[in-house]
Design a protein around this ligand. Structure first.
Ligand code: ZN
Length: 180
């Protein structure tokens, strides 16, 4: 899930984009700095939970009395990816997104469906709850998602990801699709 400015900085920041709310951690308590006057303490007027595990709080600054909203969400860690040569790299959501978007170019697939597929790959990686996984898993998950989304996009992705460089192996892949 990508956050909008409003979710990250509160509604006040939308009206005054130059004044983004800043998180200030003091002990175990999270104070939100007022986007208007930078005061560190505010009254929570109400709290609501959304179905993504996020918490939205309506606040009122103790000092200047302006109201703003803040949004907190849990961020799950993605495992480190172990490449074939044994080196490690961080999961790169943008790299995955590029590969999937290119595969879906000019296909009847909506931007929302593409985003959802990318999000699903990321969520599945997080759910593995491992510190390291083989980098192949990312491509495997992407192929699984694309297979359900659009078969042409799937074949395009498979050609690049599996490194299919001859017609026979591409035909084998397509045959498997047709049989499945
Ligand atoms: Zn204030």
């Amino acid at each position: 899930m990508r956050l909008t400015n409003s979710q990250m900085y509160g509604d006040a920041a939308l009206k005054r984009p130059q004044m983004a709310a800043t998180n200030v951690l003091i002990g175990a308590t999270l104070f939100m700095r007022c986007p208007y006057c930078q005061h560190n303490d505010s009254k929570v007027l109400d709290t609501s939970h959304d179905n993504h595990g996020g918490i939205r709080r309506r606040r009122e600054c103790f000092k200047c009395g302006q109201r703003f909203s803040t949004y907190e969400r849990p961020i799950l860690a993605t495992p480190l990816l172990v490449k074939q040569d044994g080196s490690r790299e961080e999961f790169d959501r943008e790299k995955l997104a590029r590969g999937i978007r290119i595969s879906c170019a000019k296909r009847p697939v909506s931007a929302a469906d593409i985003e959802r597929t990318i999000g699903q790959v990321e969520a599945q990686l997080q759910k593995l709850s491992k510190s390291e996984v083989s980098s192949r898993i990312v491509g495997d998950l992407a192929m699984k998602g694309l297979k359900e989304l659009d078969q042409i996009a799937y074949v395009r992705y498979a050609i690049v990801y599996l490194g299919l460089d001859d017609l026979q192996s591409i035909r084998n892949e397509i045959n498997q699709l047709l049989e499945g």
